[in-house]
Write a protein that binds this ligand. Structure first.
Ligand SMILES: NC(=O)c1ccc[n+]([C@@H]2O[C@H](COP(=O)([O-])OP(=O)(O)OC[C@H]3O[C@@H](n4cnc5c(N)ncnc54)[C@H](OP(=O)(O)O)[C@@H]3O)[C@@H](O)[C@H]2O)c1
Length: 271
C-alpha cells in the first residue's frame, strides 16, 4: 500500500514502508550539534488526545490511531539516539493507559528496523530522557524499559527523596532549569552527551518548551481526516509563547485518503 507524494509535487506513488527511514535523521546534525524532531498524529480538528471518562486519563483517540501511522512513528524512533518523553507518559504507563512501551517495537513487523539500527552502528534501542519537575515518576514503569540508559532532566529544587529513589534504580538526574526544565538546558544536555538525533514524543508542554527556546528542528505531523469534537482534549501545543514559523518540506497523501503525512522545518521565532 502506497502514499502519493504531494510535495515535492511529483504526484508519484511510493511505498509507505521506509518512507521516513530514508531521511537518515541520525546523520543530519552539523558537527557538535543535535537534530531534535517531534511527531504527532492529530484529528482534522486538531485533537491529539481526548480524556477517557473511565480511566480519567488522556489518550490518543482510537479513531485516529492506526498501524500505518504507527509504522512511521517506529521509523522515526529507529533513527533516534535518544527519545525525549514526559513524566506523565510513565504515570500513564504505570496505570496501563500509555500507547505502548517506548519503541523501537519488538514485534516481528519491526525487526527490519532493529536490523537497520545495527547496520547503522546505533544502539539496539534509543536512550531515554524524561522531562519532569515533580519527579512523580513510577519506578516500576521506568524499570520496565530494561537495559536502556535513562536520564531524568529536572529542576534545581527537585524533591531530594524522589531523586534518591530514581538514582537507586540506575537513573541519572540532571538539573536543566530553575522552576521548569528549559529548552536550552535540554539541547545543551543532548550536545554534552554527544547525542546526534533526539526524537521528542511527549505532549504539548514539552513541545512548547522546545519550540519556545528555538531548539526544535523538525515537526512530523500526521493529520487524520476525522472530526472528533469533545471539550477536553490536547492539541500539539499549549501555553504562552511567541509565534513560530515553519516551512512545509514534504507532504504525502495516504492511498486510503484518510490521512496525510507532513514534515515541517521549524524556522524559528518570528515575533
Ligand atoms: N497524538 C499524538 O501524536 C500524541 C503525541 C504525544 C502525546 N500525546 C498525548 O498527549 C497527552 C499529553 O502528553 P504528555 O503528558 O506527554 O504531555 P506534556 O504536556 O508534554 O507533558 C506533561 C508533563 O511533562 C513534564 N514537563 C513538561 N514540560 C516541562 C518542563 N518544561 N519542565 C519540567 N517538566 C515538564 C511535567 O511533568 P511533571 O508533572 O512530572 O513535572 C508535565 O506534567 C497524552 O494523553 C498523550 O497520550 C499524543
Amino acid at each position: 500500500m502506497s502514499v502519493q507524494c504531494l510535495l515535492p509535487a511529483t504526484g508519484n506513488f511510493k511505498p509507505l514502508r521506509n518512507l521516513y527511514l530514508h531521511y537518515n535523521l541520525h546523520q543530519q546534525a552539523a558537527a557538535g550539534d543535535v537534530l531534535i524532531y517531534a511527531n504527532y498524529i492529530a484529528s482534522l480538528d486538531g485533537r491529539i488526545s481526548l480524556r477517557d471518562d473511565k480511566t480519567e486519563e488522556f489518550a490518543v483517540p482510537e479513531t485516529i490511531g492506526n498501524k500505518r501511522d504507527w509504522r512511521l512513528y517506529q521509523e522515526l524512533a529507529a533513527q533516534a539516539d535518544v527519545m525525549i518523553t514526559s513524566a506523565r507518559y510513565f504515570r500513564q504507563l504505570d496505570k496501563g493507559c500509555a500507547q505502548d512501551l517506548l519503541p523501537v517495537g519488538q514485534a516481528p513487523e519491526y525487526a527490519d528496523l532493529a536490523r537497520w539500527r545495527a547496520e547503522q552502528g546505533l544502539k539496539a534501542q534509543p536512550d531515554v530522557v524524561i522531562v519532569s519537575a515533580s519527579l512523580d515518576i513510577p519506578l516500576a514503569a521506568v524499570q520496565s524499559l530494561q537495559q536502556r540508559r535513562v536520564w531524568v532532566l529536572t529542576i534545581k529544587e527537585a524533591d531530594r527523596s524522589r531523586c534518591k529513589k530514581l538514582e537507586g534504580i540506575g537513573v541519572t538526574l540532571v538539573q536543566a532549569g530553575d522552576k521548569q526544565v528549559s529548552g536550552q538546558g535540554i539541547k545543551a544536555f543532548l550536545i554534552a552527551q554527544a547525542y546526534r538525533s533526539a526524537y521528542m514524543i511527549a505532549g504539548p508542554a514539552v513541545h512548547r518548551t522546545l519550540l519556545g527556546a528555538g531548539v526544535l528542528n523538525r515537526l512530523f505531523l500526521t493529520t487524520h481526516f476525522s472530526l472528533l469534537g469533545q471539550n477536553t482534549f490536547h492539541t500539539i501545543l499549549q501555553g504562552d509563547m511567541q509565534p513560530v514559523k515553519t516551512a512545509l518540506c514534504s507532504l504525502y497523501l495516504d492511498v486510503n485518503r484518510e490521512q496525510m503525512f507532513a514534515q515541517y522545518e521549524i524556522k524559528g521565532d518570528q515575533a
